[in-house]
Write a protein that binds this ligand. Structure first.
Ligand code: CP
Length: 543
C-alpha cells in the first residue's frame, strides 16, 4: 500500500488578525511551542532539531516600516534557528520612497523566491491586501508557492504574533488550563494593538473576565468592547488603577501597555502627565494584589516613565521577561507551520470564512391575491407620482425608514447618483402607513424598465430595508425586498472611513474597498476591521 499524501494545512497561510487562526489552531501551535520549550530547557537536541526547517530554499523577508526590537529580532532569531534564507528590506532607502505601491514591492520580493513575509507598517490591513494581491501575482507568474504575510503590527489595528506569545505565557501560568482567565488590561487601550488582538485572542479561554483600566482619552474603542462582549467576555471599565483597587474583585493577571505618545494628537499630549499617573503602578498598590498575581507587558517600557517601575523586576510579579523570551519560541513554531514543516499532525478543520457571499439578499415578495383569485390586492396599487398614478416604471420604497427628513433626502440623492437614476420622476419623503410619526423615502421613476441584478445588489448595499416595485399597466407586477448583503465589494463609490486603512483612497494603493456584515448588522472593513453603518461606506455621491 502506498503512503497516503496529506497536505500541510498551514502552508502558505497568512496572519493579519488573530482570528485568522482558530482556537484549535492556536492550541495546536501552543502545544508545539510547549514541546520545543521543554526540549530546549532539557537540551534535547534530537527533538529540537526535529523542529528545524533546514532548507535554504525557504526565504523569509522582514520589512519594518515602524521601529521594533522584539518582534523583528525574535523573528530573525527564529529564522536563524530554522536555517532558512533571511533578508531585510532597508525601508529607509527602498523604492517605497519613490512612490512604489505595497503590492508591487511585495510581488517583486516574492518573485525572488521568498515565501514568508514579516511586515510592520503604520497602514492597517496591509497583510490582508497583500494576501489577495499576491494570489493573483502567483497565478500570473506561475509561482510554485503561495507567500505567507505575517502582520508584525499594523498601526493601531492588531499585533497577532504578540497575541500568540501573550496567550502562550498566560497558559503557561495557568498550568495549561483553558477553563478561565481574569485579566486586567491597563494603559493605552485606545492605540494598543496588542490589546486590540485580545478581543478575539482571549477566546482561547472558555470563561473570560476582562477589566479595562484606562482614562477616557485612552479607553478601548467601542468596536473592541463590542467584540469582547459578543465573544461572551464579562467586561468592566475603570478610569485608573486607583479606582480599580477600591473594589474587591481584582484580577490575578495584569497586562500593561505603554502610552503611545507617537500616535497621539496635541490635545491628548498636553494631558500626558495626568494620563500616565492613572495607569502607572506604584509601591502603595502592592498590598491590594492577590497572592500569585503576575504582571505582563508587550514592551518596550519607557525608561523615564515606566508603567511597571523597575523595582518590580526582581519580584514574583515579573512575567514580562519570560513573556518576551517566549516570543522567539512561538515565532519558531509559526514559521514552521506557515512554511509547511510543522502541522502535518494537525487534524482539525482549518479556519476560514465559510459563509457564502451569495446569500439571498434580494427577496422576491409574492403579491397578495384578492379573494376569489381575481387579480392582485389593491394594497399594491397605490403608487402615484403626485396626483398622477404611475402606469409603468419603478418605485423604490421604504428608504431609510424612521430617519429624519434631511437624512432621507440626502440618502435618496446618493441612491440616484449611484444607480444613475437621473431623469423623469421624483423623490419624496412620506409618512409610513404603519406609523404616522415615522418617515420614509420614495423614489419614483415612470417609464423606467426595471433594475438589473447588479443594480439591485448595489441598492441592497446602499439602502437595505427598501423595496423595489415594478409597475406595469398601473399595478405592481413584481416586488422585491432588499437586505444587507453579507459582503459588499466591487462597487463604485465604496470607501473605508479609516484614514489609516490600506484601502483608504488617500494612500493611492488602489485597494478595492470591501466590507463584511457583522453579527450586529454593521459592515466591517475587510482590511482594517473598522465597523461602519451601511451609510458610512459610501463616499458622497459615489464618486
Ligand atoms: N512587543 C513589541 O512589539 O515590541 P517591539 O516594538 O520592540 O517589536
Amino acid at each position: 500500500m502506498g503512503t497516503k499524501f496529506r497536505r500541510n494545512k498551514f502552508k502558505g497561510k497568512s496572519l493579519t488578525v488573530i482570528n485568522d487562526l482558530s482556537k484549535e489552531e492556536r492550541l495546536y501551535l501552543f502545544r508545539k511551542a510547549r514541546e520545543l520549550k521543554s526540549a530546549m530547557n532539557n537540551g534535547d537536541s534530537k527533538v529540537i532539531d526535529s523542529f528545524r526547517i533546514n532548507n535554504q530554499n525557504v526565504g523569509l523577508y522582514e520589512v519594518f516600516l515602524e521601529d521594533s526590537t522584539r518582534t523583528r529580532e525574535s523573528f530573525k532569531n527564529a529564522a536563524k534557528f530554522h536555517n532558512i534564507k533571511v533578508s531585510s528590506l532597508n525601508t529607509d532607502s527602498s523604492s517605497f520612497n519613490k512612490g512604489e505601491s505595497y503590492s508591487d514591492t511585495f510581488n517583486t520580493l516574492a518573485g525572488y523566491d521568498n515565501n514568508l513575509f514579516i511586515i510592520r507598517s503604520k497602514l492597517e490591513g496591509v497583510c490582508r491586501w497583500l494576501e489577495h494581491s499576491a494570489a493573483e501575482y502567483t497565478t500570473r507568474n506561475n509561482l510554485k508557492f503561495t507567500p505567507s504575510f505575517i502582520n508584525a503590527g499594523d498601526g493601531k489595528h492588531e499585533h497577532p504574533t504578540q497575541e500568540l506569545l501573550d496567550e502562550f505565557t498566560f497558559l503557561e501560568d495557568n498550568n495549561w488550563e483553558t477553563e478561565s482567565i481574569h485579566i486586567a488590561l491597563v494603559g493605552d487601550l485606545f492605540h494598543g494593538r496588542t490589546v486590540h488582538s485580545k478581543a478575539d485572542g482571549l477566546t482561547t479561554f472558555r470563561q473570560v473576565s476582562v477589566d479595562l483600566i484606562a482614562p477616557e482619552e485612552l479607553a478601548l474603542p467601542e468596536d473592541y468592547i463590542g467584540r469582547m462582549e459578543g465573544n461572551g467576555f464579562a467586561v468592566r471599565e475603570f478610569s485608573s488603577i486607583d479606582e480599580y483597587l477600591k473594589q474587591k474583585n481584582i484580577a490575578d493577571k495584569w497586562y500593561f501597555t505603554r502610552l503611545q505618545l507617537e500616535r497621539m494628537g496635541d490635545r491628548v499630549l498636553q494631558k500626558q502627565h495626568e494620563l500616565r499617573k492613572a495607569i502607572t503602578f506604584s509601591e502603595e498598590f502592592l498590598d491590594f494584589l492577590k497572592p500569585g498575581t503576575c504582571f505582563y507587558h508587550p514592551l518596550p517600557r519607557n525608561k523615564i516613565h515606566p508603567v511597571i517601575p523597575a523595582f518590580l523586576d526582581s519580584t514574583q510579579l515579573n512575567g514580562w521577561e519570560r513573556q518576551s523570551a517566549n516570543g522567539m519560541i512561538v515565532r519558531i513554531i509559526l514559521l514552521g507551520m506557515f512554511s509547511g514543516h510543522i502541522g502535518n499532525d494537525f487534524t482539525q478543520k482549518l479556519s476560514g470564512n465559510t459563509e457564502s457571499d451569495n446569500e439571498q439578499f434580494i427577496e422576491f415578495v409574492p403579491l397578495t391575491v384578492s379573494a376569489g383569485g381575481k387579480g392582485r390586492s389593491n394594497k399594491e396599487k397605490h403608487y402615484s407620482e403626485g396626483v398622477r398614478p404611475i402606469a409603468d416604471g419603478i418605485v423604490i420604497d421604504h428608504i431609510c425608514k424612521g430617519e429624519s427628513s434631511g437624512e432621507i433626502r440626502q440618502h435618496m440623492t446618493q441612491i440616484v447618483s449611484l444607480l444613475d437614476l437621473h431623469g423623469k420622476g421624483g423623490e419624496w419623503v412620506s409618512t409610513s402607513k404603519q406609523s404616522r410619526d415615522s418617515l420614509k423615502g420614495i423614489i419614483f421613476r415612470p417609464g423606467h424598465d426595471g433594475l438589473s441584478i447588479s443594480d439591485m445588489k448595489r441598492l441592497a448595499a446602499v439602502s437595505p430595508g427598501s423595496t423595489i416595485n415594478i409597475i406595469r399597466k398601473g399595478a405592481v407586477q413584481k416586488k422585491y425586498r432588499l437586505h444587507l448583503p453579507p459582503k459588499i465589494y466591487n462597487l463604485r463609490g465604496l470607501s473605508c472611513s479609516n484614514s489609516a486603512c490600506i484601502s483608504h483612497p488617500d494612500h493611492h494603493e488602489l485597494v478595492p474597498a470591501c466590507f463584511n456584515r457583522t453579527a450586529k448588522g454593521l459592515l466591517a472593513c475587510e482590511y482594517c476591521g473598522k465597523s461602519h453603518t451601511f451609510k458610512e461606506i459610501w463616499t458622497q455621491g459615489g464618486k
